[in-house]
Design a binder for this molecule. Structure first.
Ligand SMILES: NC(=O)c1ccc[n+]([C@@H]2O[C@H](COP(=O)([O-])OP(=O)(O)OC[C@H]3O[C@@H](n4cnc5c(N)ncnc54)[C@H](OP(=O)(O)O)[C@@H]3O)[C@@H](O)[C@H]2O)c1
Length: 159
């Protein structure tokens, strides 16, 4: 039971509206044991297992990405990048292109993760300290997103 004007209710309504327009977006995120997702605009760990998982899930699809993550990441083949940020798309314009996956980073997760139908979380066996913590995923519980969890190891010596 939500209050009419509560932030949760607002997110539920927003999700319903986008789904009615045909949006069927899932989120994919990797989080380490200390709850970090980023360091220096990159990942705090090296995990070939998780990269292979990311590739398998997103290959041949359209992915929605924040400007900071996009500009820092290698140009991955086989995926169509819909970038949100100055000089690219607004969030609305990005969503209107019906992305299959929301791939981060933090600001974009915080703006759009509640619109996703599925949440795929890679838990990385890594305890390093980053500079970017995971968004509050509990915030989005109860919004009917299915949650999938995977466990991945880092490479030997994290290289
Ligand atoms: N572990 C993981 O799964 C994962 C996945 C992705 C990224 N990351 C990490 O996350 C960190 C980057 O996160 P971040 O928050 O700094 O960057 P980000 O979300 O990738 O990009 C932020 C930028 O995207 C644009 N943006 C985001 N939400 C917007 C909205 N609602 N409306 C309009 N524009 C919006 C803005 O661009 P403008 O500044 O141009 O306005 C904003 O400054 C990096 O360390 C990266 O490696 C981790």
């Amino acid at each position: 039971m939500y209050f009419k004007s509560s932030p949760v209710r607002k997110r539920v309504v927003e999700k319903e509206l986008w789904q009615r327009k045909g949006l069927n977006m899932k989120a994919i995120i990797a989080i380490n044991k200390k709850n970090y997702i980023g360091l220096n605009d990159s990942l705090p760990w090296r995990s070939s297992e998780d990269l292979a998982h990311f590739k398998k899930m997103t290959m041949g699809t359209k992915v929605l990405v924040g400007r900071v993550t996009y500009e820092a990441m290698p140009k991955l083949k086989g995926r169509e990048f819909i970038v949100v940020g100055k000089g690219y798309n607004t969030l609305e314009e990005g969503l209107a292109q019906n992305p299959d996956w929301l791939i981060g980073g933090k600001k974009l997760y915080e703006s759009a993760i509640h619109l996703c139908s599925e949440l795929h979380i890679s838990v990385i066996d890594d305890e390093s300290i980053g500079d970017t913590l995971a968004p509050d995923l509990d915030n989005f519980a109860g919004l009917a997103a299915k949650v999938f969890k995977y466990s991945f190891k880092t490479n030997k010596n994290n290289v």
